[in-house]
Design a protein. Structure first.
Length: 189
């Protein structure tokens, strides 16, 4: 399995090669948002909304589809793992702090978009999920430059951990594994 930074780089290269003006972080964030908002894991309908958002509704090329499918599968495996294994698709730790901070903001913006596609009613959500989403909205609006020091590094690390844990919380509360889907009554229209 690729590391977070390798995954970020491979997805970024494909996006750039295909002239898609979004980030690898935003793509994985949107996938996690859809899954955390209740989209079933085995659902294959995620490509169309993703193409609508990042490629103005135009079909994605075969190589983009392959990379996105690999990213989706990897993300799904991480979400269902029992050890909070989710790895955010972000630049390498050696990248400048502001680059990593911007990537995290793009990740959160993607998450919020994907979440909104599958979860419009927050009335049944726990207070923790509601608070996490409110915090995400605040984080997504941040645009202050960070200084290259240990204090800023620690703060960024803590925010990244908070995001990771909050995403897992959303998925554990609202996401649907194949086992959960089988236990739900089928609705016939």
């Amino acid at each position: 399995m690729k590391t977070s930074s390798q995954l970020f780089e491979s997805v970024s290269v494909i996006l750039e090669r295909n002239n898609i003006l979004t980030t690898a972080s935003e793509v994985q964030g949107m996938m996690c948002g859809m899954l955390g908002g209740g989209m079933p894991l085995e659902c294959q309908d995620w490509m169309e909304p993703l193409a609508d958002v990042i490629n103005q509704g135009e079909p994605l090329s075969k190589d983009v589809l392959e990379v996105f499918k690999a990213l989706y599968d990897s993300t799904c495996q991480q979400l269902v793992a029992n050890d909070f294994a989710l790895v955010l698709c972000l630049p390498d730790d050696a990248a400048p702090i502001n680059e990593r901070g911007q990537a995290l903001i793009h990740w959160i913006q993607g998450f919020m978009l994907g979440f909104g596609l599958h979860q419009a009613d927050l009335t049944g959500c726990s207070d923790d999920v509601k608070e996490g989403l409110e915090d995400f909205a605040e984080i997504a609006r941040m645009d202050d430059e960070m200084s290259e020091d240990e204090e800023s590094e620690q703060a960024l690390f803590e925010v990244m951990e908070y995001v990771r844990v909050t995403v897992m919380l959303c998925f554990n509360e609202l996401g649907k594994s194949p086992e959960q889907q089988q236990g739900e009554p089928k609705i016939v229209h």
